[in-house]
Design a protein around this ligand. Structure first.
Ligand SMILES: Nc1ncnc2c1ncn2[C@@H]1O[C@H](COP(=O)(O)OP(=O)(O)OP(=O)(O)O)[C@@H](O)[C@H]1O
Length: 466
C-alpha cells in the first residue's frame, strides 16, 4: 500500500466513522455523498437521497432548511441551526464551499453537529430564568399587595416603579439610600417601607429630623456623648442614634438642612464606619442601614456651599425619588378612598365624594402633596354638615380656596413676595390660635413640622411645643 492509498483509507475512515454528520453536495445542490451519522441524525437513508437536490428534500419536508442552498447563493461558509423533521435532533449545520481553479464552487462540504443536549440545556436555562423572573415578580406583586394592607398607595406607574426599586434595595440590605421628593410626598413612609422589607426589620428604625434641632443638640443626638462631656450633659452619658439604631436603620430626614459642622462629622463617620461620641476618645463601630431624605435640590445646595459634595456622594449611593402628587393623579382616587375610610370611621361619619370633586382634586396642584390631600379630606369629613363633600372639596381646591382669610393689601399692589408673605403670616397666625403644638400646625396647614418651625421663626411667632 503506498502513501496515496493510505491517505484515501484515512479519509474514508474519517468520513465513515465521524460522529458528526458529513455530506458532500455538488454545485447544483445535489447530494453526492453522505455518511452514517448524517443518515442517523437526519433520519434518512443515503440510498434514498443520493443524487437528489437538497432544495427538493426541504420541499418534501425531509429537511428543515438547507445550509447548502445558502452557501450556493452566497458563496460563503454558512452556519444554521436545524431541527430535523424526522428524528427531532437539533443540529448545528455548517456548509463550506470548495472552489475550483476558476473560483467557481466545485462542491459544498456540510458538517452536522448534534447540539440537542446543549439546546435542551439552553431551553432549560431559559425556563429556569423565566421561572425565577416570575417568582421575583410575584414576590414584588405580593409586596405591592401588602402595601394595600399597610395603607400605602401606589396606583400610578411612577410610584410603582419607585416602590419596586425600594423593594430591590431592601432585598439586598442596601445602605446609603437618598430619597428625594417634595415635602409631603411620602419620603418618611418610603424609608420605613424599606426598613420593613429588609433583613433588619426586626431591629430598630430610628429617625431624626436634621432641621428640627440646633447644631449642638443634633450632634449629641446623632453621635451621643460621654459622661461630663459638656455642661448640662447627663451624668451617665448618652448613646447616640447611630448606636441605638445598631443592627437596624437610621433615617436622617431633611438632611439638606444639616449644619456644616455636623455634616463634616457625619462624613468622617461614614468614611471610617465608626462614630466618636462627644467627649470620647475611642471610636465605636457603626452597624446600621443609613437612609437620608430631603426635599431640597442638594446639587443646588452644593453649588451655594451649603452642602458638602463629598457627603452628597457618600449618601447618594442609591438614589430614589418620589414624584410630586400632581404628576401621578392615578394615586389620588385610592388615597381619597383610604382617607374617607379612615376618617369616616374615626369621626363616625358616612361622607362620600362624587366625580366633580375628584376632577377638582385631579386638577389641583397639591403644593403639600399627599400630606395636603389627607388634610383636605380630613377637614372635609369633619367640617361638612351633609354627606357629600363635593362643594367643600371644590371650594378648597379652587385657586384661592386654601387661603384661610382674605389677603391683606401691601403698599405696592404688584409686590408678589410681599403678598405671599402676608398670606403666610395670616395663615400661620390663625393656625397658632387654633393649635397647641407645631405638629398640630403642620397637620392643620398641610406642611411638614420642620417647615412650621422655620416659618414661625421667620415671622417671629412665639415658641410652641413640638
Ligand atoms: N403613597 C402613600 N400612600 C398612603 N399614604 C401616604 C403615601 N405617601 C404619603 N403618605 C402619607 O402622607 C403623609 C406625609 O408623608 P411623609 O411624612 O412620609 O412625607 P415626607 O415626604 O417625608 O414629608 P416631609 O418632607 O415634609 O418630611 C403621611 O401621613 C404619610 O403616611
Amino acid at each position: 500500500m503506498d502513501d496515496n492509498d493510505l491517505d484515501v483509507g484515512y479519509l474514508r475512515a474519517i468520513f465513515d466513522q465521524s460522529a458528526d454528520g458529513l455530506m458532500i453536495c455538488d454545485a447544483q445542490g445535489r447530494i453526492l455523498k453522505m455518511n452514517r451519522s448524517a443518515e442517523r441524525l437526519n433520519g434518512i437513508k443515503a440510498s434514498e437521497v443520493l443524487g437528489k437536490k437538497v432544495a427538493s428534500l426541504v420541499k418534501e419536508g425531509q429537511l428543515d432548511r438547507s445550509a447548502t442552498q445558502e452557501v450556493l447563493e452566497t458563496s460563503r461558509q454558512v452556519s444554521v441551526v436545524q431541527v430535523t423533521p424526522k428524528s427531532g435532533y437539533t443540529l448545528l449545520v455548517t456548509g463550506t464551499p470548495v472552489f475550483d481553479t476558476n473560483h467557481d464552487i466545485a462542491f459544498v462540504v456540510v458538517n452536522e453537529r448534534d447540539i440537542s443536549l446543549i439546546e435542551n440545556m439552553r431551553q432549560e436555562l431559559d425556563r429556569t430564568r423565566q421561572e425565577s423572573e416570575k417568582i421575583r415578580n410575584e414576590l414584588t406583586e405580593l409586596s405591592l399587595l401588602e402595601l394595600k394592607e399597610n395603607n400605602i398607595v401606589a396606583e400610578s406607574n411612577p410610584m410603582k416603579q419607585t416602590l419596586h426599586l425600594a423593594l430591590k434595595l431592601a432585598g439586598i440590605d442596601a445602605s446609603h439610600i437618598l430619597i428625594q421628593g417634595e415635602s409631603g410626598t411620602g419620603k418618611g413612609l418610603l424609608a420605613k417601607f424599606i426598613h420593613a422589607h429588609s433583613s433588619r426589620r426586626k431591629k430598630t428604625f430610628m429617625q431624626i429630623n436634621c432641621a428640627a434641632l440646633p447644631e449642638n443638640l443634633l450632634e449629641a443626638e446623632l453621635f451621643g456623648y460621654t459622661k461630663g462631656a459638656f455642661t448640662g450633659a447627663k451624668e451617665t452619658g448618652k448613646p447616640g442614634l447611630f448606636t441605638l439604631a445598631s443592627g437596624g436603620t437610621l433615617f436622617l430626614d431633611e438632611i439638606g438642612e444639616m449644619p456644616p459642622r455636623v455634616q463634616a462629622k457625619l462624613l468622617k463617620c461614614l468614611d471610617d464606619h465608626e462614630i466618636m461620641p462627644i467627649g470620647g476618645t475611642t471610636g465605636k463601630k457603626i452597624d446600621c442601614t443609613i437612609i437620608a431624605a430631603t426635599n431640597r435640590d442638594l446639587n443646588q445646595r452644593v453649588a451655594t456651599k451649603q452642602f458638602r459634595l463629598d457627603l452628597l456622594h457618600r449618601l447618594n449611593t442609591f438614589p430614589l425619588s418620589i414624584p410630586p402628587l400632581r404628576e401621578r393623579p392615578e394615586d389620588i382616587l385610592e388615597l381619597v378612598n383610604l382617607c374617607l375610610k379612615k376618617y369616616n370611621k374615626r369621626y363616625r361619619r358616612r361622607t362620600h365624594m362624587g366625580y366633580k370633586a375628584f376632577d377638582a382634586l385631579k386638577a389641583y396642584e397639591f403644593p403639600g402633596n399627599v400630606r395636603e390631600l389627607i388634610n383636605i379630606v380630613k377637614q372635609a369629613v369633619v367640617m361638612c354638615d351633609g354627606r357629600s363633600l363635593d362643594d367643600y372639596i371644590i371650594h378648597a381646591t379652587a385657586p384661592a380656596g386654601r387661603c384661610i382669610s382674605p389677603v391683606k393689601s401691601t403698599k405696592n399692589p404688584t409686590d408678589l413676595p410681599g403678598k405671599l408673605m402676608a398670606v403666610e403670616h395670616d395663615m400661620l397666625r390663625q393656625a397658632v390660635q387654633q393649635c397647641r403644638t407645631t405638629r398640630e400646625i403642620a397637620e392643620f396647614l398641610g406642611i411638614s413640622q420642620p417647615t412650621v418651625v422655620r416659618k414661625l421663626k421667620k415671622h417671629s411667632m412665639g415658641r410652641l411645643k413640638k
